[in-house]
Design a protein around this ligand. Structure first.
Ligand SMILES: [Zn+2]
Ligand SMILES: [Zn+2]
Length: 241
C-alpha cells in the first residue's frame, strides 16, 4: 500500500469510526416524527412518514405549478429564465416538518439524509453542476449554516455531480419572501444575485429547500444565464401548491 493510499484508507477508517461513534451518541431519528431509525440508516424518514410524503402532481412544463397542462398563465406572460422546476415532494406533513427542523431548529445534520433522499427521487442530466441558492449574509450568520449549500453538497455526492458552491452571490440583502404576493416576491429579489464567469456554458441544477412561486429561483436563474450558463433547471426538496 502506498503512503497516500494508506493515509486515504486511514482517513476513511477514521471517518467511518466518527460516523459510527456519532450514530452511537446520536442514533439516527426520523426527521419528522423523531422515531428511531436504527443505526447506519441513510433515510431521513421512518417508514410511516416516508409514505406520508405527497408526490408533486404533474404541472406547468416550465415552473412546475401543479395541476396545469402545458404552461401556466404566469409562465406564458413572463417566461422564467429556468427551463424546468422539480421537487422531491409537496410541501406539507413530514416533509414540511423535516425542512422546518433543518432551517429553524438547528439541525444541519439533516441535510445529508435529505439530500440523499432527494437524489433518489430525481434524475439529473449528466455533466450538470449543482449550484445552491445562496442564503443572505445576515440569515447565514444568525443560523450559523446555509441549509441549501449543505443540501447541495449531499445531493452532489449522492449523484456524483460537481458542486459550484460559490457560483452565485447576493448583491444585496432581500426581505423574507414569506407572506408576499408573486409580484411582490419578484420585485423583492429582482437583480439581487450575481453569478461568477466560471458558470459559462455549464448546465446548472439550481438547488433550494422550498420553491413557492419560483421568484427567487428565477432571479438566480436570470443571473446564471446572464453570466453565460447554457441552461438552468430548478430543484427543491419541496414545492408549495
Ligand atoms: Zn417518522
Ligand atoms: Zn408556470
Amino acid at each position: 500500500m502506498t503512503g497516500s493510499a494508506f493515509s486515504t484508507g486511514l482517513a476513511r477508517g477514521t471517518a467511518a469510526l466518527g460516523t459510527a461513534l456519532l450514530d452511537l451518541l446520536y442514533p439516527p431519528r426520523c426527521a419528522a416524527c423523531g422515531e428511531g431509525l436504527g443505526s447506519s440508516a441513510e433515510e431521513p424518514f421512518c417508514v410511516i412518514c416516508a409514505r406520508a410524503v405527497d408526490p408533486v402532481p404533474a404541472g406547468c412544463r416550465s415552473c412546475g405549478l401543479p395541476g396545469i397542462d402545458a404552461l401556466c398563465g404566469a409562465c406564458l406572460s413572463n417566461p422564467p429564465s429556468f427551463t424546468a422546476c422539480h421537487a422531491g415532494g409537496l410541501f406539507g406533513g413530514p416533509l414540511a416538518d423535516a425542512i422546518h427542523a433543518l432551517k429553524y431548529r438547528d439541525r444541519p445534520a439533516l441535510a445529508r439524509p435529505l439530500g440523499a433522499w432527494l437524489a433518489g427521487r430525481v434524475s439529473l442530466p449528466q455533466n450538470s453542476a449543482i449550484v445552491p441558492v445562496p442564503l443572505g449574509r445576515k440569515r447565514r450568520l444568525a443560523r450559523g449554516y446555509d441549509q441549501a449549500a449543505l443540501l447541495a453538497r449531499a445531493l452532489a455526492k449522492a449523484k456524483g455531480l460537481p458542486i459550484l458552491p460559490l457560483a452565485l452571490a447576493r448583491t444585496r440583502e432581500t426581505k423574507p419572501q414569506v407572506g408576499r404576493t408573486r409580484a411582490d416576491r419578484l420585485r423583492n429579489v429582482r437583480g439581487a444575485f450575481r453569478a461568477v464567469p466560471a458558470i459559462r456554458d455549464r448546465d446548472v441544477v439550481l438547488l433550494d429547500d422550498v420553491v413557492t412561486t419560483g421568484a427567487t429561483a428565477d432571479a438566480c436563474a436570470e443571473a446564471l444565464v446572464l453570466a453565460g450558463a447554457r441552461s438552468v433547471r430548478v430543484l427543491a426538496l419541496a414545492r408549495t401548491e
